[in-house]
Ligand binder design. Structure first.
Ligand SMILES: Nc1ncnc2c1ncn2[C@@H]1O[C@H](COP(=O)(O)OP(=O)(O)OP(=O)(O)O)[C@@H](O)[C@H]1O
Ligand SMILES: [Mg+2]
Length: 281
């Protein structure tokens, strides 16, 4: 077996994000590295997960103040890149998969045209070659009738199929790092697992790094080697498995997520006072 490459693809040190000068920090002193591995970011709503992901993608609105001691992708400082350089990175070496494929897919282009465009842009394929590659990618994400789906528009496909199309489009250029922000939470429960398994399979095949962002700590634990737990803009704990959880907030998150093996009648709610008492100022 090949030794695992632990060289970081992404290195984040003391990332801070504020929306407006006097606003409280949405992300505070967040530091982590990602090599060719799968890491999860979990935390309740508003804890700063998406803001962290979008800061890396440089997709925050202009009024967001983003500073970091280091924010390096592939050894290069992301904050110094021009918009044009970022445009070249996104979708090629650095991919983002968002929650709802309906908002990320272009409504006026067929699925085939969109994937082919991505193949043209990132792989340099042309005409029939680009379309053939689009068809291949649809097969790769296990869409059964690719010839029909190539001709459809985003509104004509289901959410699950839309997310497969997004995965096909985002992973076609074999990105070094994929950020998946709640990639399945807009989907029907019955297809969530299939989509995640597929994403995981493609990420492994391409030897990409993955940042999987979710509320669901159990789901993240099933797919990731490391879990960063965020609360109120900060990383409060890093875990390699759920049993290690020490922080009351993390324990609260675990207890609040149903364990399919151990059904309970009532889910626990977070105990805020005890959480606050365990967070460094
Ligand atoms: N565009 C924005 N303008 C102003 N404030 C924002 C913006 N985006 C996020 N915030 C604020 O930043 C904080 C972190 O939000 P963020 O969206 O990163 O949380 P999250 O962990 O992704 O939550 P969720 O689980 O609901 O997606 C919140 O207080 C939020 O209100
Ligand atoms: Mg979010």
């Amino acid at each position: 077996m090949q030794d695992r490459d632990l060289t970081p693809i992404l290195s984040v040190q003391n990332l801070n994000v504020r929306f407006g000068r006097n606003a409280i920090a949405a992300v505070s002193n967040v530091s982590f590295d990602v090599a060719r591995e799968r890491i999860g970011i979990v935390g309740e709503s508003g804890s700063g997960k998406s803001t962290t992901g979008r800061a890396i993608m440089r997709l925050l609105p202009a009024r967001a103040n983003v500073v970091a001691d280091r924010l390096e992708f592939n050894g290069e400082p992301l904050l110094e890149k021009t918009e044009k350089e970022m445009g070249r990175l996104r979708g090629k070496d650095l991919a983002l998969i968002m929650q709802d494929p309906r908002y990320s897919l272009n409504p006026v282009l067929t699925i085939g045209r969109q994937i082919a465009e991505s193949a043209r842009l990132h792989l340099g394929l042309k005409g029939d070659g680009a379309m053939a590659h689009a068809r291949h990618m649809l097969e790769r994400v296990r869409i059964k009738d690719p010839d029909r789906v190539l001709k459809l528009y985003a509104h004509q496909i289901s959410g699950g199929m839309g997310q497969r199309v997004m995965i096909a489009m985002m992973l076609l250029a074999k990105p070094k790092l994929v950020i998946a922000d709640e990639p399945t939470s807009a989907l029907d429960v019955s297809v969530r697992k299939d989509v995640l398994v597929l994403l995981d399979e493609l990420v492994r095949e391409n030897n990409s790094g993955l940042i999987l962002i979710s509320h669901d700590i159990r789901m993240v634990a099933a797919f990731c080697e490391r879990i960063l737990v965020m609360y109120s803009g900060r990383i409060v704990e890093t875990l390699t498995n759920l049993e290690e959880a020490q922080h009351p907030y993390t324990k609260g998150l675990i207890a609040a997520m149903p364990d399919p093996r151990r059904p309970v009648r009532r889910l626990k709610v977070l105990d805020r006072a005890s959480i606050e008492a365990n967070i460094a100022p």
